[in-house]
Design a protein around this ligand. Structure first.
Ligand SMILES: CC(=O)NC[C@H]1N[C@@H](C)[C@@H](O)[C@@H](O)[C@@H]1O
Length: 448
């Protein structure tokens, strides 16, 4: 895997343009990791990326979608699990065992809309190289010819768009174990960088653009080095082709030092990227992206925790791309469904503080953890999201906010009195954070 010719003379700046407004306004997306790995659906719930040392991570990988890799490692519990449950069956048997017999794209799309998501990003080829559409050059190693025997990308794209949501595609440009084998399993991020693989991947992403016009191109790990050039199958041309085909399309930042519309962090990894103007944190509801049957409530965000994570991300200017890992049959596991439904119920009452909202100027108010308070804002309103009940004081420059007309978007009247250095609120008990909206003084009617 020699590093290919990297044409670092490429001028990537001509691709820069203002980020299409729909993306930061969306605030919540749903990620979907569904693949042959959803058949074994087994990993150790070790911990969050960014909090586990690499040596532990690689052998006790909590990402169930890395099953094929983890079972290569001598001493990995997953390897022992595979031998016990599956014997010496090859990984590709899971493609044929993946039937998707209960897959109902319309039901998924309805659940995602009800969860308050504004976009959905489906994994179309993960690191195992199996495509969820009839990808050129994959032969029968895709879900159209084997296993589900359906174009899962087309089905979900149509259903998601019928619900009024945007549809994006994830593609693993950085790793493809079916092309490279495992190189050195002890070094999991050794990437194929040769021109042949770069062309193979470019043809795939171009096919995704031409067939599904994705609103988001979400590449993972990095783009093959030999593909970072201006040629016909080069990355620069690919981005240009994409923007010509999808005017409001956005690309993430995992294509190497080339071009991006927004930065990404993952669980606790790369949180330095969260200082960018436009960014997105992605994580599972549990510790894995692919369905992991081992995970329980103790490993997963319940609705309350998901609300707090989303609000914290939005208060700092980011989007949350929250992952679901469906079962091989195509069901959304109950633990995940409950979180999505609870998140959606909260957003139905309080979404004004999230959708289309942005950070509030720190000159007006700042976050606190005791009580738990995060602030968001629209051009006319500041929102205090308060995870406490009873008498709470929020610190705000009340000359900048008009406290007289405070209301929760859900319509519950809230008493708000200015006190030294802030505002005293009397919050009714609620089964989730309360949201109190304060008109930003000077932008709306006179102080009452
Ligand atoms: C930071 C990084 O490169 N993560 C790669 C990681 N991304 C997740 C969304 C999942 O697709 C993982 O399986 C993948 O390895």
């Amino acid at each position: 895997c020699e590093a290919g010719p990297v044409d670092d003379a490429v001028d990537w700046t001509d691709l820069t343009r203002p980020t299409p407004a729909w993306f930061p306004a969306a605030r919540l997306g749903i990620f979907v990791h569904w693949g042959a790995y959803s058949v074994p659906a087994w990993a150790e719930p070790t911990g969050e990326l960014g909090t586990i040392d690499e040596a532990t991570w690689v052998r006790h990988n909590p990402y169930a979608e890395w099953y094929w890799h983890t079972i290569q490692l001598p001493g990995a519990p997953a390897r022992e699990h595979h031998r016990t449950v599956w014997g010496d069956r090859p990984y590709d048997d899971f493609l044929d065992l993946w039937k998707a017999e209960s897959f109902d794209a319309a039901a998924w799309a309805r659940l995602f809309r009800q969860a308050g998501a504004r976009y959905v990003v489906l994994v179309t080829k993960h690191h195992d190289g199996i495509a969820l559409w009839d990808a050129p050059g994959t032969g029968t190693r895709n879900t159209v010819h084997r296993g589900p025997q359906r174009d899962l990308v087309a089905e979900l794209a149509a259903a998601v768009r019928a619900e009024g949501l945007r549809f994006g595609t994830y593609y693993s440009g950085g790793l493809d174990w079916s092309v490279t084998g495992f190189l050195d399993p002890e070094q999991p991020l050794l990437r194929p960088n040769d021109a042949a693989y770069a062309a193979y991947a470019a043809v795939h992403v171009r096919d995704l653009v031409d067939r599904y016009a994705p609103d988001v191109l979400w590449n993972d790990i990095e783009w093959p080095d030999a593909g970072k050039h201006r040629g016909r199958l080069g990355l620069h041309e690919l981005f240009r082709h994409y923007y010509d085909a999808v005017a409001e399309g956005v690309v993430n930042d995992r294509w190497g030092e080339t071009h991006w519309d927004y930065r990404t962090s993952e669980y606790q990894h790369a949180r330095e990227n969260e200082s960018a103007a436009v960014w997105e944190n992605n994580r599972g509801i549990g510790l894995s992206f692919g369905y992991n049957q081992v995970e329980g409530p103790e490993h997963s965000l319940d609705a309350h925790a998901a609300v707090r994570h989303l609000v914290d991300v939005v208060s700092r200017g980011g989007n949350l791309l929250l992952d679901v890992g469906p079962t091989a049959a195509g069901e959304i596991p109950e633990l995940q469904r409950r979180t999505l439904e609870g998140l959606g119920a909260w957003l139905a009452a309080n979404g004004g503080a999230v959708h289309g909202a942005a950070p509030l100027s720190p000159a007006v108010a700042t976050a606190s953890d005791e009580p738990w308070v995060r602030w968001t804002a629209t051009p006319t309103t500041a929102y205090a999201v308060v995870d406490a009940a009873g008498d709470v004081t929020v610190r705000a420059d009340h000359d900048a906010v008009d406290w007289a007309a405070s209301r929760t978007p859900a319509g519950t009247a809230v008493e708000a009195q200015p006190v030294d250095g802030g505002l005293a609120l009397r919050l009714p008990p609620a089964d989730g954070p309360a949201v109190v909206g304060f008109p930003l003084a000077g932008t709306v009617g006179p102080r009452a």
